[in-house]
Every structure is written in structure tokens, then in C-alpha cells.
Design a protein around this ligand. Structure first.
Ligand SMILES: Cc1ncc(C[n+]2csc(CCOP(=O)(O)OP(=O)(O)O)c2C)c(N)n1
Ligand SMILES: [Mg+2]
Length: 563
């Protein structure tokens, strides 16, 4: 058996069902071997970076790693924008980079790049298979990295000569435990945390993507309900807690988040104990730290995250699901049937939610022309069932106008992204999500500039049977009025633009264009129908340029949402 065949066998036995990439001489043997495995769906893209986005979206939607493949050198380098997204947001993706023969390495041969130096700092693990008999160990170690602890991308260099060599004819031994390997927190620290939570008057729970990766939603809901804790998520953690739940206050900061609801931000500001679960306090999520005297209980799977940005009073190192169950059980035992949170606090949570709804109505119901991008989200909400839908957003102001008011009810029904935030991610990621959940309607909300970064791969969704809906909030015409920016820059950036509907049609998609809010609902309905019928569909909506979030409507100190 050749190394390439051994790898394909190993991938199948570790449960891989999707591979995406672009071919090239150096990866040829491995690609043939993967293509020979009917268990693995193969997607072939037009840009390496989109292949990475596909696998990233697949992992976010399913929790399982998929495989990216590229040729050596520039092909591998060409996916950097996708790789850094996965690295920034801790998403497990396995990347096989074709590599020159070993004899060519380190002498600046054709397509030779400083592979380890380029990829190691932006991956969880980067290595090269130098000898055939390393194959099993490398693949097994790769899957341990991908499936345990804090996830992240793994990069494996595959020298062509090694891929074509024979290896020992011993069957690959997959990781035996099909369960995720999980760990809990120190029981003494749990007891400290519970005492703190039960003595709090205004506790507040802030949930990041760690809870999604750990699949902790049931434990999260049980814990929040036991204490009547208001629950906010980060952008990346959105969908870990059902947003129709009476305790949900939407996206919200540990202090303040660019995309936070007013309810979440006020509750965070006035909290006396803040419990954070698997979140990294990045700028979009956290602009203002809690004041002195506010207690912080920090739960994370990664010890290097503990006490990193803000001192914790109690550190709980462990898997979100296990730790939430520990917290729940201990709190319930200590409570002995009493209720911890006052009736006043509960009614304040209700009132703040109502205030946020009132504040939002202005943009959600706006009849202005060009169309308000928040209105697009509001109309969309009325037309879909969240449990049958996966929504993605892209970089830019479209992030806020989509993520703040689309209501999720199902874990991974919304895929937030953005520690690195490479424009154009949502088109590939939506295709990956569709492969993970063919039964769901998968919808990417994207601005026209981000669209232009990766739009050619719309054709990939058609060729590779991954029909998605792309809703473009197109504010190009109004972008040059964006105060303070140089007119020369505005001219260079915007004065002509792509005819999005024509391009989408040329690439084989259905396309709709719209500029009147009165026909918004009807057009979105038609676009959802064509997508559900199996046709990738693009809706080009002429929108007005706005700030990315609603913060400025109610917070005079707000910073812009940011790009
Ligand atoms: C690969 C990459 N290049 C540049 C940026 C910086 N950036 C973020 S958003 C943005 C403009 C986005 O415009 P558009 O897609 O039209 O969305 P809008 O803000 O208008 O909603 C830019 C240039 C980025 N995030 N990623
Ligand atoms: Mg735009």
C-alpha cells in the first residue's frame, strides 16, 4: 500500500466525509487516492482559499473536520486568508499541502516555500510527513489535535515522492473512542464559583464559541434556568443558546460588544458576577472591561486563555459541557429548592429586552429607499424557520445588520465569524454548511465588496451540488458618501461596480435584483423557493450605507462596528 492510499484509508476511518481543494502535480497521488474513496465527497474549487472556507463552514456547521488539499508553494500560500479565519476562530480543518520531493526542499526549488515557518504560527499544529512509516502516527496525532481541547487547523506537508512510496501493510488504527475526550474543572473551584453565583444579586452569563464546539447547549439552558441567569453570547457563540428563550438577551458584551444588544450591554455593565464560557474577549466582543469589584468566573478549555485579558476570580479549566453540568449540579445542591435571582432582576431583564425591541423597530420596519439593511434581515426572519436554516454573515457592516436581529433557535443555526474576518468567507463556508446539512436552507448575507472577493466560486456550488442562497446587501452607490474618506479613494473603490445579477447568471446561478422595500418580502420568498428547489440563488439588494451596529442609536460613546 502506498502512503497516499494509507492516508485516504486513515481519513475515512477517522470519519472524514468531505475534501475540497485544487489539484497540482505535487498533490496528485494523494488526490487520486482520496478520489477513489466513495465515502468522501470531493469538491473542486476555483480558488484554494474558498476550499478552506468550505471546510471551515463544514466544521462550524457539523463539528467535524474536513480536508483541504492544494498543490505546493503558491497554491498552499493562496489559502492563507481562509486558514487564518479558522485559526483565529479555533475551527478544526485538516489541510494537506502538496510538497516538493524531499531532495528539492531547502534549496529554493520551483514552488518551494518556507513551509513550516509560514504555517506553524497560524495553525494548531504544522508538520511534514518525511518518511512513509510516520504516516499513521502523524494522521492520528492530527486527529487528536482536531478533536480535543481548543480546536484549530492542522497543516500537513505531503512531499510528492513520499506520497508515492510504499509503507508497511498494516491497517491504520483510528482513534478508538468515538466520543470527544472531555475534561472537567477542579471541584474545589466549582464550589467557590457556585458560592459566588448564589450570593450574586445581578449575575450574568456570557457565552462564546467554546460552548458551541463543546455542544453544551442542553447544559447551558439547564444551568441558566436553574438560576434565572440572563444569557448573552459573543458573535461567534451566537446559536449556543436559543434566542427565543426568555433569558436570552442576544449578542452582548463583557462590558460592551460592537454588535451587542442594548439589553445585554446594560446587564453586563451593571452585573456583579460575570460568568464567561469559552470566549476570547476579542475587540468585536469586548470593548469595555468590567469595573473594579465585579467578580469574574472564567470557564475555558485552554489554560492560556485564563487570566489573559482580564483577571478572573475563579478559573474553571475544562470542557464547557462538563463544567456547565458541574456548575448546575453544585448550584442546585446548594440552593435546596430556593430561588436565587430576585423577581426585580427578572422583570428588569424582561423590560430591557422590550426596550431593545422598541429601539430596533425603527430600522427593522424602515420603508426608506435605498433599503435599510436591517429591514432585509427583518423580512427574512419572517420567511424562514430557524431550525431548518443556517445563516452566515460576512465582514463589513453587513455583519451587524444581520447578526443582531436574526434569531437563532438551534445550535449551529447561525455561523458567526470574525477574529480575523477575511472578506468573502461566507460564500465558501455556506457551501460547506450545506454539505454538512443538505436538508437545511443555507443563506450567506454579504456585502458587494466581500462578494467580489470570492464570487467566482458560486460556480463551484453549482458544479459540486451545494445550492445556497446569497443575499447581497449592496451599498456601493452610497459608499462614497462615507464621511471623511478621500474622494480619490472613493473613486478608485466604487465609481463603477460589478453587475452582480449578470455575474451570478453567467456563473450559472438564479439571480434577482431589487431596490424597492415594497417588493422585498416577495423577492426574498421567490429566492428562498429557487434555492430550496436546488438552484444556487443570488439576490442583489440596493441598500443604504449605515453603521454596522445599532450602538449609536443608544450609546453616545459607541465606536463603529468596524470592518
Ligand atoms: C480579505 C480582507 N481584506 C480586507 C478587509 C477589510 N475590510 C473589511 S470589510 C471591508 C469592506 C466590506 O465592504 P462590503 O463587503 O461591501 O460590506 P459593507 O461594509 O458595505 O456592508 C473591508 C475592505 C477584510 N476584512 N478582509
Ligand atoms: Mg458594501
Amino acid at each position: 500500500m502506498k502512503v497516499s492510499e494509507k492516508i485516504a484509508e486513515a481519513l475515512v476511518s477517522e470519519g472524514v466525509t468531505l475534501a475540497a481543494g485544487i489539484s497540482g502535480q505535487s498533490i496528485g497521488r494523494l488526490l487520486d487516492a482520496i478520489a477513489n474513496r466513495p465515502e468522501v465527497t470531493l469538491m473542486y474549487t476555483r480558488q484554494e482559499r474558498v476550499a478552506f472556507d468550505i471546510c471551515d463552514g463544514f466544521a462550524r456547521a457539523s463539528g467535524r473536520p474536513a480536508v483541504v488539499f492544494t498543490d505546493a508553494g503558491p497554491a498552499a500560500a493562496n489559502l492563507m486568508g481562509g486558514l487564518v479565519n479558522s485559526w483565529g476562530d479555533s475551527v478544526p480543518v485538516l489541510f494537506f499541502a502538496g510538497h516538493n520531493d524531499r531532495s528539492e526542499q531547502a534549496n529554493r526549488q520551483t514552488k518551494e516555500i518556507p513551509f513550516i515557518e509560514m504555517f506553524r504560527p497560524v495553525s494548531k499544529w504544522t508538520t511534514i510527513i518525511d518518511y512513509p512509516d510516520q504516516t499513521d502516527e502523524v494522521i492520528r496525532r492530527a486527529f487528536m489535535h482536531l478533536t480535543t481541547g481548543r480546536p484549530g487547523p492542522v497543516v500537513i506537508g505531503m512531499p510528492y515522492d513520499v506520497s508515492d512510496m510504499l509503507c508497511k501493510p498494516v491497517a491504520y488504527q483510528a482513534i478508538q473512542s468515538r466520543r470527544r475526550v472531555r475534561s472537567g474543572a477542579d471541584p474545589e473551584a466549582i464550589a467557590d464559583a457556585c458560592r459566588m453565583i448564589l450570593s450574586a444579586k445581578r449575575p450574568y452569563l456570557y457565552v462564546g464559541a467554546g460552548a458551541l464546539f463543546s455542544e453544551a447547549t442542553n447544559e447551558l439552558v439547564a444551568f441558566a434556568e436553574a438560576i434565572s441567569l440572563p444569557v448573552a453570547t459573543t458573535l461567534n457563540g451566537k446559536s449556543a443558546f436559543p434566542e427565543t428563550h426568555h433569558l436570552s438577551v442576544g449578542i452582548g458584551g463583557f462590558g460592551r460588544a460592537s454588535y451587542g444588544s442594548s439589553a445585554a450591554t446594560k446587564l453586563a455593565r451593571d452585573a456583579d458576577v460575570i460568568i464567561t464560557i469559552g470566549c476570547g474577549f476579542k475587540r468585536h466582543a469586548t470593548q469595555v472591561r468590567p469595573g473594579a469589584g465585579v467578580k469574574h468566573i472564567q470557564v475555558d478549555i485552554d489554560p492560556t486563555e485564563l487570566n489573559r485579558d482580564h483577571l478572573a476570580d475563579v478559573e474553571l479549566l475544562g470542557d464547557a459541557r462538563v463544567v456547565l453540568k458541574q456548575l448546575h449540579d453544585q448550584c442546585v445542591a446548594m440552593l435546596k429548592g430556593e430561588k436565587v435571582v430576585s423577581a426585580e432582576y427578572k422583570s428588569e431583564i424582561r423590560a430591557l429586552k422590550g426596550e431593545w425591541d422598541d429601539l430596533s423597530r425603527k430600522v427593522l420596519e424602515s420603508a426608506e429607499i435605498p433599503i435599510n439593511p436591517f429591514r432585509v434581515t427583518a423580512e427574512f426572519n419572517k420567511l424562514v424557520k430557524p431550525e431548518e436554516t443556517i445563516v452566515l454573515h460576512d465582514a463589513g457592516t453587513v455583519r451587524g445588520s444581520t447578526s443582531q436581529h436574526y434569531l437563532t433557535t438551534t445550535p449551529r443555526g447561525f455561523l458567526g465569524f470574525g477574529v480575523q474576518s477575511a472578506m468573502g468567507w461566507s460564500i465558501g463556508a455556506a457551501m460547506g454548511a450545506k454539505k454538512a446539512h443538505p436538508e437545511k436552507l443555507v443563506v450567506a448575507f454579504i456585502g458587494e465588496e466581500a462578494f467580489n472577493e470570492t464570487a467566482l466560486d458560486i460556480e463551484t456550488s453549482i458544479r459540486n451540488d451545494a445550492p445556497i442562497l446569497i443575499i447581497v446587501k449592496n451599498n456601493r452607490r452610497y459608499a462614497d458618501t462615507d464621511g471623511g474618506k478621500s474622494q480619490r479613494l472613493a473613486h478608485a473603490r466604487f465609481h463603477t461596480g460589478v453587475d452582480i445579477s449578470a455575474l451570478a447568471k453567467a456563473l450559472g446561478a438564479e439571480a434577482f435584483g431589487i431596490s424597492d422595500p415594497a417588493s422585498l418580502a416577495q423577492t426574498l420568498k421567490a429566492a428562498i423557493a429557487t434555492t430550496k428547489a436546488g438552484r444556487t440563488t443570488v439576490v442583489d439588494i440596493r441598500t443604504v450605507r449605515i453603521n454596522g451596529s445599532l450602538h449609536r442609536l443608544w450609546d453616545p460613546n459607541a465606536k463603529a462596528g468596524g470592518e
